[in-house]
Design a protein around this ligand. Structure first.
Ligand code: SF4
Length: 203
């Protein structure tokens, strides 16, 4: 639960907590809690899905060169975001971009999730070589961290559930349900909090 809320107390996080804990002790509340927390301790075969990823020889030279340069520079933090097509995914993705390209460009490497997940090359090497890996998740389905843990055994990333870090109408789903400016504002708000956390973690 600590990981889930990361100590942030936005209205969004409070709503999630209220939703999660409402009527504590009832079977319904226990089910909710199980739903939010499931996957935290996957241990048995039945807790996993096995996927077969087709290998490919092709690659992107620009991506490989960039990954190699960042590994050489010993950039300490790898920042991964889920690639959700919904509002939550878009905010997470843009927050990751703000962190890596505006706020902490010398200390963070923006990981291409698809590349790192599907191909054992530069992007995955960046994750392996990072002193710390932060995974931003649009929502608690936690796609990015589950994907990466599937291909990189022993990976223990710091998972940040981004939709608890900004205030918005939680009933919204699509990026078309808000303005572009609102998405920018949400992602800036989330990015500022994540940067604070990264700095705190470093102390
Ligand atoms: S974590 Fe949520 S927003 Fe991100 S890809 Fe998964 S379901 Fe979509």
């Amino acid at each position: 639960m600590k990981n889930f809320f990361q100590g942030f107390a936005t209205e969004g996080a409070k709503e999630m907590m209220k939703d999660c804990c409402s009527g504590l002790g009832t079977d319904q509340a226990k089910e909710k809690m199980k739903e939010y927390c499931s996957g935290f301790a996957a241990e048995n075969d039945k807790d996993f899905e096995v996927v077969k990823i087709e290998k490919i020889r092709n690659g992107c030279t620009a991506c490989e060169d960039s990954a190699e340069a960042q590994i050489k520079k010993q950039v300490p933090y790898a920042i991964i975001s889920c690639e959700g097509a919904c509002l939550r995914g878009e905010v997470s993705r843009q927050a990751a971009n703000h962190i890596c390209f505006s706020k902490m460009p010398d200390k963070t490497a923006r990981i291409c999730l698809g590349g790192a997940f599907t191909k054992d090359s530069g992007q995955r090497n960046l994750v392996r070589n990072a002193a710390k890996v932060y995974v931003l998740e649009g929502c608690n389905t936690r796609c990015a961290s589950r994907m990466m843990k599937g291909v990189e055994e022993g990976l223990h990333p710091e998972v940040i559930i981004v939709d608890g870090l900004y205030d918005f109408d939680r009933k919204l789903f699509g990026i078309n349900e808000v303005t572009e400016q609102q998405i920018k504002d949400f992602s800036q708000e989330a990015a500022n909090k994540i940067v604070e956390k990264i700095k705190l973690d470093a102390n």
